[in-house]
Design a protein around this ligand. Structure first.
Ligand code: FAD
Ligand code: AMP
Length: 472
């Protein structure tokens, strides 16, 4: 039986990053992952690269170009005649982006001398792992001093809304539609529902999003959520809150969706339905019981702040443990665990994990919301700046959005930064760094920002905390 210092199960952003960091630190490392691409080749990168972050962003970019050309470039004097979109080409481009990046991850693992095994791992107890490779009867065993579980998550599948893989699909299906559905229903106004709903809406689908709870993006700052909803509705998305889907039926190439809201029972008929009601941790067939691992009531592997499980020598990172299901959170946990296995003091600052929703405008935030601070009885000040007053946003013709900064009333330390703006995913990095360094709003206010940039809106929001914004 081959023995390694570290065995990593799963090659998503949690697993492959952990494996590379272990190898950098001189640990003999194996990484086992069972994902294969359409040609049957191993395809490391996990949900994120294969069916998550990357393909969704590729389609968001393609659909954004198309939408702009159809609806927004006229004011720049750009007219392209009859504009059309070839979905097959758009999908091939997306697949190429995914293939390039997954090959890149395979190359990185190789260059770092991580042993990659394309197979399904099952814990056997005593730090041993049994590996099943498709089409191979032999089930080799390996052992490792430390095991890192990074098996990720899978879409939640409520029994009342069965998927048929054609008309009723999960996010993976909605990344692969061969044609633009005339009417698309989306169940769930979470990140995935909003992003993929945006893709197909921009391409021409009539999109209706049904969301069970009454609030829109309840985890976001209220002003930011309200502005996001306004912009998405202006783009043509129909968002019905307090609408709980109870059943679906497929017949005659249509899907009938039964839902309830405060007015009673309703039906919606669509051509395709995306079920985006959340994701659940993936521990199926992993042998958690054999390894003596606990699971919490929602199926997550309980871990401490350093991602150690209840079994000494076994760690778990990413979507399979508590915390936000975000790729960068998984990767940072992977690095932390690798460094701790190597005897270093790795850590993750969970207070500064940024959230992003890649709609247009994009939504991004870090730290606390005003509701959370009010609930804690914290005294804070808020500064806000609208993109309408940004010279760069005006020049771009993209003025929807705002930046809001919350800081401690006494110390001025930044407690939260909330953005809805073009490129909010990039703008938030400044706020994350500021919070990581324990900066005050005054620190950002006294930092020179290039002109004209969208980042000036962050600068002005920081000035506004002290009621001295210049341009608004
Ligand atoms: P995963 O990426 O899920 O990887 C786990 C891997 O382990 C998979 O390859 C799986 O096949 C493999 N595996 C599982 N069990 C076994 C086993 N027993 N043996 C061998 N292999 C196994 N996050 C962001 O931060 N930004 C985004 O823009 C974003 N967009 C998203 C869009 C969509 C449509 C989806 C679905 C998700 C998105 N996410 C995004 C979330 C992100 O993909 C996850 O948070 C991230 O992939 C979690 O990483 P992970 O390493 O924990 O697990
Ligand atoms: P997230 O967990 O962020 O991916 O978002 C999933 C969303 O789906 C949540 O906002 C849930 O409230 C919503 N949801 C879950 N079940 C249903 C349902 N049966 N009908 C409508 N919305 C639902």
């Amino acid at each position: 039986m081959k023995n390694y210092d570290v065995a990593v199960i799963g090659a998503g952003p949690g697993g492959y990053v952990a494996a590379i960091r272990c190898a950098q630190l001189g640990l003999s490392t194996v990484c086992i992952d069972d994902t294969r691409n359409a040609s049957g080749q191993p395809s490391p990168g996990g949900t994120c690269l294969n069916i998550g972050c990357i393909p969704s962003k590729a389609l968001l970019d393609s659909s954004h170009h198309y939408y702009r050309l159809c609806h927004e470039l006229g004011e720049h004097g750009i007219h392209a005649g009859d504009v059309s979109i070839d979905i097959a080409t758009m999908m091939r481009r997306k697949d190429k982006v995914v293939a390039t990046l997954t090959k890149g991850v395979a190359g990185l693992l190789r260059k770092n001398k991580v042993t990659s095994i394309a197979g399904r791992a099952r814990l056997n107890g005593n730090q041993q792992i049994e590996i099943t490779v498709a089409g191979d009867e032999a089930k080799p065993l390996i052992s490792a001093g430390s095991i890192i579980i990074a098996t990720g998550s899978v879409p939640a599948k409520p029994g009342s809304i069965p998927l048929d893989g054609d008309r009723v699909v999960d996010s993976t299906g909605a990344l692969m539609f061969a044609e633009i559905p005339q009417r698309l229903g989306v169940i769930g106004a979470g990140v995935i529902g909003l992003e993929l709903g945006s893709v197909w809406s921009r391409l021409g689908s009539e999109v209706t999003i049904l969301e069970a709870i009454d609030g829109f993006l309840p985890a976001a700052e209220p002003d930011i959520a309200a502005e996001t909803r306004k912009q998405l509705e202006a783009q043509g998305l129909t968002i019905r809150l307090g609408a709980k889907v109870t059943a679906t039926r497929v017949s005659n190439a249509q899907v009938t969706v039964a839902f309830q809201d405060s007015d009673g029972d309703h039906q919606l008929t669509v051509d395709r339905l995306l079920v985006a009601v959340g994701r659940k941790p993936n521990t199926e067939g992993l042998g958690v019981a054999e390894a003596g691992l606990a699971l919490d009531e929602r199926g997550f592997i309980p871990v401490d702040e350093h991602c150690a499980t209840n079994v000494p020598g076994i760690f778990a990172v990413g979507d399979v443990v508590r915390g936000p299901m975000l790729a960068h959170k998984a990767s940072e946990e992977g690095v932390m665990v690798a460094e701790r296995i190597a005897g270093q003091a790795g850590h993750v600052n969970y207070n500064t994990v940024p959230w992003v929703i890649y709609t247009h405008p994009e939504v991004a935030w870090v730290g606390q919301t005003s509701q959370a601070l009010t609930a804690q009885g914290a005294a804070f000040r808020a500064g806000q700046f609208p993109l309408l007053a940004s010279g760069r946003a005006r020049a771009m013709g993209d003025t929807a959005g705002l930046v809001k900064i919350l800081s401690d009333s006494r110390t001025d330390r930044i407690l939260g930064v909330h953005i809805v703006a073009p490129n909010a995913s990039e703008l938030i990095a400044e706020a994350v760094l500021a919070m990581e360094f324990g900066a005050s709003a005054e620190d950002i206010a006294r930092t020179v920002h290039a002109h004209p940039t969208l980042a000036e809106a962050v600068h002005e929001a920081a000035l506004a905390v002290d009621k001295r914004a210049i341009h608004f």
